[in-house]
Structure formats: structure tokens, C-alpha cells
Design a protein around this ligand. Sequence first.
Ligand code: CA
Length: 231
Amino acid sequence: MTHHPSPLVLVVEDEPNLSEVLEAYLRREGFRTERAANGESALRLFRAAKPDLILLDVMLPKVDGFEVLRQVRGAGNTPVIMVTARVEDIDRLVGLRMGADDYVVKPFNPPEVIERVKAVLRRTRPTDAEGSLKVAGLEIDPRGMEVTVAGRPLELTLSEYRLLEHLARHPGHVFSRAELLAACLPDSDALERTVDAHVNSVRRKLAAAGVTDALDTVRGAGYRLMDRAAG
Ligand code: CA
């Protein structure tokens, strides 16, 4: 089966605190990230790494965000979310029709930026390229956040859905409780045993739908989803 890697986001930001926070949030949500601290390395990474989306600060050393956006647009349709502390920048971007896909104003709330990233990706990714994830007898639709077994939807809570999608994106990979907690409850200070409760609940729902051997407990390590059907 084809494995779709998780989307790669290029974070272009010259303030290390901000780029670190953004990368941490993105990774917690399962994105891959690259980081550039100036416009020149942003363009180099854009060409070399072919990101699925660029979070682009406007005020940057060497080559500014306007010029980076212009060159990215000259090369194709890679989605770009502009980040700026100055509302005038947004007026200028809109006025010049520079083709950014969205705008974020500093100071920003990281979870909100992540939501914008997801929204832009949903809007811009071709349906067939991302499509649904088929693993272990499950069909996972990341756009509708729905999991179906043999065409019948499972009734999952949002946390359960996130947990299952996270595991399903990397079949066979063992995730620790801490990692799963970050993936399924990114904004909470819940304890790791909360993950056990969610896993048990997902298992019950899977079993009720006829999927009994997909979710493994790996003693002392965590959990993984096995795609036994694929072997
Ligand atoms: Ca800056």
C-alpha cells in the first residue's frame, strides 16, 4: 500500500523562540518541519525540501518575506501563510495581490496557527493526493475526521480520533504515552494514564466493528497500530 508521509511545513522565522514554539506544536500534531531563519535559506530549503506549506515571516534578514513569497509564487502553488506583526503588511500583501493563502498577525496563539495550517492544507491539497488513509481494515478520512470500517463510521470522540489517526499514520511504530497524549490532547495537562483510557475505549469501538487485533500494547513502551492485513 502507498504510505503518505505527513505534510512538511517550512517555518521561516528569524526569532528562534517563535520558530521553536511553532515547530513543537506542528510536530505534536504529526507534521514534519524544516526551519529557516532568513529569506535566503528559506528559498534554498523551499527548492531542496519541497515543503507542503510555508509559514513565512515578513520581516526577515537578507531577503524579506515579500521577496520570498514572490519567488515561491514564481515557482508554483505551494501554500504560503504570511506571519507579521504589522497590519500594514497585510494591506500591502492583499493590495499587491501577492497570492498568500492566509495571514497571521503577531503576537499569535500557536494552536490557532496550527488550525490555519490545517485549514489551508485542506483547502489546497488535491483530494486524491491526500485522500483517505487505509490501514488495518480502517479507512481514515483526515478531512472529515472520520474513521470507517467496511463503510460504517465509528463514533469516536475528537481525542480518540486524533489518537487513532496518529497511530495509523505510522503503522508498526511504537508511540509512548507521552507522545500520544501530545497528539490527542495537545492543549491539556492530562496524565499519561488518560491515554490508556482512550486506547481502551478505541479498542472497544474497534472490536464492536470487528477489528480486534489492530491496537497493540507494547509493555513498558507504549502503543502501536499494526497493519496485519497489509503483510
Ligand atoms: Ca521577523
